[in-house]
Structure formats: structure tokens, C-alpha cells
Write a protein that binds this ligand. Structure first.
Ligand code: HEC
Ligand code: HEC
Ligand code: HEC
Ligand code: HEC
Length: 491
């Protein structure tokens, strides 16, 4: 059993702090899970020891300030937000080491507060980049601006904030799991079920579709909350996502099906489903966002286009791969649409559902052409994006129910890596999706089966991420060559 796990540990690190906001770095580190786990546990223990001495977790919830107005519903009413302090007790979710006598690890709070960047999401607004962004955008303070708090905190109406609720706790438990007041007490009872919690306001993060939608509400944005090019130009990191990889990086504070301790019969190929479903949801949601932005105040919205078509460094003509490639399907110099949320899914669908693959392909190539004009026709874009979103939605159901096994997983790996020229030609964001997907599938495979040249493969996959280190200097030929190397090792 190959239990070595590669983790994409850091993404486009925000190098704005070093004064170069346009250049983002993508770095990977390969770590052996066993190794990182021992190291991380000792760091966790050290940090928690300090933390607990300043601020005992059990006393945490009592120490929060009283801030809710008299108009509010009673504090235990379903639908009310209580803040992470109510989950933090060592006997609840604040255990320092994972519990082995229970399905639930019970150290979720400790992981969140120490390792999960979500607990720092509010602090990001008050930091130097957040402050500078606010200045550039002309908002008085990011930490009071609803357009920032929407994704960096649990910014619910006053009437839904419980007594112990604090905005400054960032993206906390209830951002993902829903308002806790209704189920907080009863969910610890014997024979309590997940269904009962759902009925009392818990969000169903177990459902992969709902889980992706929840992550993407912030990691892609929607009608109510959005990161656009104006915000990016002011310093916001660009948003990109892949469910399986990002869940690993968070890191996960839950057991995955197939892991030791999970009920027998759970799906050992669960991570493959997580990848394919996640890709379908990501495509659908991004198309819905595009459809809605097509009638926005700002049009075209640059963050829907390929960033590095505009933001690359120039070379002498004889060294320009862009000029060597030409500008198929668009006027030379027009910025193209960013198809990265389709790049990998396209190969997944081709393998799992050939018939619908063609339909989706023709609709999306039409959309790509529309979007690669200087002033894309708003109505035509809306129609095409909406049609494509419907197709993606139909395919999502198939992704959720498709059977996954070693063969399918290996074929997916082969198919995606064989698509080297097409994917790498679709820009750096598409390449990043391919790198994450290949890494994810490789890990899923290794968890259950053995690959002969596992070490070489791991090195070749690492090489993919190295090609993404400096996105402004991304070179599709080099990335394609690296993908072909991965592909050759899979034969
Ligand atoms: C649609 C949701 C969304 C909105 C709205 C939003 N952000 Fe973010 N923000 C994110 C996400 C997601 C990340 C993490 C991106 C990543 O690392 O992939 C992030 C990261 C950041 C970071 C970098 C944090 C770090 O640790 O490097 C800063 C600073 C930031 N946001 C500030 C702001 C400010 C200021 C506003 C309002 C003007 C704002 N954000 C609005 C979702 C959002
Ligand atoms: C960014 C989203 C996010 C945040 C923030 C978050 N969780 Fe989770 N949590 C998940 C996802 C996704 C799962 C896996 C699906 C599941 O089991 O519900 C999960 C699983 C769990 C589980 C296991 C549930 C089960 O039945 O296996 C517990 C317990 C849990 N979280 C508690 C917490 C606590 C406590 C906090 C805050 C300290 C927290 N979570 C913060 C997303 C989140
Ligand atoms: C309420 C909004 C929100 C939701 C929901 C959300 N995130 Fe985030 N996420 C953020 C913000 C904001 C940040 C940036 C925090 C920071 O760096 O200060 C972030 C950061 C991250 C990071 C760290 C990225 C990096 O650059 O290191 C990962 C990984 C991540 N989120 C994964 C997830 C996953 C997986 C889910 C769903 C299970 C999810 N998030 C749901 C808002 C959200
Ligand atoms: C159609 C061309 C175009 C596209 C596509 C585009 N941008 Fe920009 N971007 C610009 C222009 C023009 C500026 C303003 C530059 C200036 O004032 O010097 C800018 C500014 C920026 C800045 C601030 C400039 C700096 O040096 O710090 C960042 C960061 C940035 N863009 C990132 C992105 C990202 C990420 C994407 C893709 C999600 C993107 N851009 C897509 C044209 C574009």
C-alpha cells in the first residue's frame, strides 16, 4: 500500500508583501504524510500549549463579549450563529490529538485555529495588503466593508448573531457547517443522526456537490460576493480552486471514506469522485457567474479572461512562442477567455460520457470565441454560458454516480496527461488545473494500488508545479513536455 502523500502545500503565495503583486508564485512541496504528521503534531502541541496557557479553551466560550441586540431570537434558536468558541472545548472539537475511539477526530478546532488559514481570514483584512486594498478601492476599512466580510467572516445579520458570536473569528466552523445554535446541544446525544442536525440548520458538507458549492461561494464567488479584476489590481490574490487538492491543503479535519476507522464498505476511490464532481460543480458555477457578470456594470470583466495574455513579459519576436503559435480563433492581440475550469473536466467527460462530451465541447468553444472578442456580445454570452451550465449540471449527476476503480483512475491519469498540447496551450490557469488533477489522481491511485515507477512519477509531477512557479513566464511548450514525461511513465 503506497501511503506516501504529496501535498500541494502552498499556492500562488501572495508576493505582494514583497512589493510585487503581479507576480504570484506557485510552489509545491512534496512531503511524506507520515513525516509531516509527526512534525506537525509536535508543532501543534507546542503552539497549543502556549495558546491554552493564555486562553484556556474551555473558558473560551464564556469569555466572549456580549454584543447582540435585544431584538434577536433566543440564543439557542435554530438558525443562530454561536461562533467557534462553542465547539472549542477539549471534550468537543478542541482535543489536541485526534481521538481514536470515535469516527469524529474531535481535534477539528485545534486544527482550524493552528493550521487552517480560514481562522486568519479576518486578520487578512486588517493586514498591510488588506489595508492598502481598502485605500485603493476607496473603502474606509476592509474589516468593516460588507464586500470583504462576505468571504472573510461570517457576516450574517445582527438578528442571527448569538451572544458568543464575534465577527473577527474569520471563516469559522459555521461558515461551512451552518448556524449551530439549533443542533449544538442535541448533536452530542447518543443515537443522534446527521439527518437530525440537517433539519436543525446544519449544512450538508458531506454531500460533495453541496460541499463544492459552499467552498466555491468564496473561492470563485457568486452574485452576492465577488472578486473582480478591480480588486485583483488592488492586491487581492487571484481565485482558483480544485476541491480535492484544496481540501488536503486546508488541511482536512475529517476522515475520508476508505481511511482506517471509517465504516467498512466506504468508497476507497472517493477522492476520484471528489475530483470529478468538484470539476463539474466548478465549471457550472463559473458559467453561472459569467452569465450574471455579462450584465454587470463592468464589461468585459477582465478576471474572466486569461490573466497572462495581458500580464506576460515580452520577448524579441524570434523568441515569442505566442507569435509562433499564432492566434487561432481570435483577432491577434485580443485577450482570450480563461477556459481553465473546463480544461481538465473536458478530458474527464470524454472518458466517462463520450456523447455529452461533444455537446459540451461545441457549446463551450462557441462561448470561448464569443468571450475572445474585444467587446463580447452580452446577450449571446449569457445564453451560451447558461446553456453550458445546464450541460455541466447534467454531467455532474453522472460524475456523482459513476463507478470509480483502478482502471478508470489510471485511464483518467493517462487521458489528462496525453492532452498535453491542448491543455498547456490554454494558458497557465489551465496548466495549474491539470497539475492539481494529475497530482490528485496519482495520490488516489497510490493509496490503493502500486505503480511501478512511482518515484519517477512523483518527481515528474513535481516538475509540473515547478513550471508554474512564475506564471508571467509560463511556457506552454515546456509544460507540455513535462506532461508528456508524466504520460510516458504511465504506459
Ligand atoms: C468572493 C469571496 C471574496 C471576497 C468578496 C473577498 N475575498 Fe479576499 N480572499 C478570498 C479567498 C478565497 C482568498 C484566498 C485565496 C487563495 O489563497 O486561494 C482571499 C485572500 C485574501 C487576501 C490574502 C490573504 C493571505 O493570507 O494571503 C487578502 C489580503 C484579501 N483576501 C483581502 C480582501 C479584501 C480587502 C476584500 C474586500 C475588498 C476581499 N478580500 C474580498 C475571498 C474573497
Ligand atoms: C472551510 C470549511 C470548513 C470549516 C471552516 C470547518 N469545517 Fe468542519 N468540515 C468541513 C468539511 C468539508 C467536512 C467533511 C464533510 C463532513 O464530514 O461533513 C468537515 C467535517 C467536519 C467534522 C466531521 C463530521 C463527520 O460527521 O465526519 C467535524 C466534527 C467538523 N467538521 C467540525 C468542525 C469544527 C468544530 C470547525 C470549526 C473549529 C469546522 N469543522 C470548520 C468543512 C469545514
Ligand atoms: C466563507 C468563505 C469561504 C468558504 C466557504 C471557504 N473558504 Fe477557503 N478561504 C477563504 C478565505 C477568505 C481564505 C483566505 C484566508 C487567509 O489567507 O487569510 C481561504 C483560504 C483557503 C485555503 C488556503 C489557500 C492558500 O493560499 O494557502 C484553502 C486550502 C481553502 N481556503 C480551502 C477551502 C475549502 C476546501 C473549502 C470548502 C470545504 C473552503 N475553503 C471554503 C474563504 C472561504
Ligand atoms: C485585458 C487585459 C487584462 C487581463 C485579461 C487581466 N489584466 Fe490585470 N491588469 C490589466 C491592466 C491594464 C492593469 C493596470 C496596469 C497598470 O496600471 O499599470 C492590470 C493590473 C493588474 C494588477 C496590478 C498591477 C501590478 O503590477 O501590481 C494585477 C495584480 C493584475 N492585473 C492581475 C491580473 C490577474 C490575476 C488577471 C486574471 C484573473 C488579470 N490581471 C487579467 C490588464 C489585464
Amino acid at each position: 500500500m503506497g501511503s506516501i502523500k504529496i501535498r500541494l502545500l502552498s499556492f500562488f503565495a501572495d508576493s505582494a508583501a514583497r512589493g510585487r503583486p503581479a507576480k504570484r508564485k506557485m510552489t509545491t512541496r512534496l512531503t511524506k504524510a507520515a513525516h509531516s504528521r509527526t512534525v506537525n503534531v509536535s508543532i501543534l502541541l507546542a503552539i497549543l500549549a502556549i495558546f491554552a496557557s493564555i486562553f484556556p479553551l474551555d473558558a473560551y466560550s464564556q469569555s466572549r463579549s456580549i454584543s447582540s441586540p435585544a431584538t434577536a431570537k433566543p440564543d439557542d434558536a435554530a438558525g443562530k450563529y454561536t461562533g467557534p468558541g462553542s465547539c472549542a472545548s477539549t471534550t468537543c472539537h478542541g482535543s489536541i490529538v485526534p481521538r481514536s475511539d470515535n469516527r469524529v477526530l474531535q481535534n477539528e478546532y485545534s486544527i482550524w485555529i493552528v493550521k487552517d488559514k480560514h481562522s486568519k481570514a479576518y486578520a487578512a483584512l486588517t493586514g498591510p495588503i488588506g489595508e492598502r486594498m481598502a485605500k485603493i478601492l476607496g473603502i474606509s476599512a476592509a474589516e468593516t466593508a460588507p464586500r470583504c466580510l462576505a468571504c472573510h467572516a461570517v457576516d450574517v445579520p445582527q438578528s442571527e448573531r448569538g451572544r458568543t458570536f464575534e465577527l473577527s473569528e474569520g471563516v469559522s466552523c459555521e461558515s461551512c457547517h451552518g448556524p449551530a445554535a439549533g443542533w449544538l446541544g442535541p448533536h452530542t446525544e447518543r443515537d443522534w443522526t446527521h439527518q437530525k442536525s440537517l433539519a436543525l440548520g446544519m449544512y450538508d458538507t458531506r454531500d460533495l456537490t453541496k460541499r463544492s458549492e459552499k467552498c466555491l461561494s468564496c473561492h470563485l464567488g457568486n452574485d452576492e460576493k465577488s472578486v473582480d479584476h478591480e480588486m485583483i489590481a488592488a492586491g487581492h490574490p487571484d481565485l482558483f480552486f480544485e476541491l480535492d487538492t484544496f481540501s488536503d491543503v486546508m488541511p482536512r479535519h475529517w476522515k475520508e471514506p476508505g481511511e482506517p476507522g471509517e465504516a467498512a464498505g466506504t468508497d476507497p476511490w472517493y477522492n476520484v469522485r471528489e475530483l470529478t464532481s468538484g470539476q463539474a460543480v466548478q465549471l457550472r458555477q463559473s458559467l453561472l457567474r459569467l452569465a450574471s457578470r455579462s450584465h454587470g456594470k463592468i464589461w468585459p470583466e477582465y478576471s474572466e479572461l486569461q490573466c497572462y495574455a495581458c500580464h506576460h513579459s515580452l520577448t524579441p519576436p524570434e523568441q515569442s512562442w505566442r507569435q509562433a503559435r499564432g492566434y487561432p480563433g481570435r483577432r491577434p492581440g485580443n485577450p482570450p477567455w480563461n477556459p481553465s475550469r473546463y480544461a481538465v473536466f473536458r478530458d474527464v467527460v470524454r472518458q466517462l460520457d463520450g456523447e455529452n462530451a461533444e455537446k459540451l465541447d461545441s457549446e463551450l468553444s462557441r462561448l470561448g470565441q464569443l468571450m475572445s472578442q474585444l467587446n463580447p456580445d452580452r446577450n449571446a454570452v449569457e445564453t451560451s454560458a447558461t446553456n453550458s451550465a445546464h450541460l455541466a449540471d447534467e454531467l455532474l449527476a453522472k460524475m456523482n454516480s459513476a463507478p470509480y476503480d483502478p482502471e478508470v483512475t489510471l485511464h483518467l491519469l493517462q487521458k489528462i496527461s496525453a492532452d498535453a498540447d491542448d491543455i498547456s496551450g490554454q494558458g497557465e490557469h489551465s496548466a495549474a488545473q491539470a497539475a492539481m488533477a494529475i497530482q490528485s489522481l496519482f495520490l488516489a491511485y497510490e493509496r490503493n494500488e502500486k505503480l511501478q515507477n512511482s518515484d519517477q512519477l512523483r518527481a515528474a509531477i513535481k516538475g509540473l508545479f515547478q513550471e508554474l512557479q512564475n506564471p508571467s513566464a509560463y511556457d506552454p511548450a515546456r509544460f507540455a513536455a513535462q506532461m508528456k514525461q508524466v504520460n510516458a511513465l504511465l504506459r
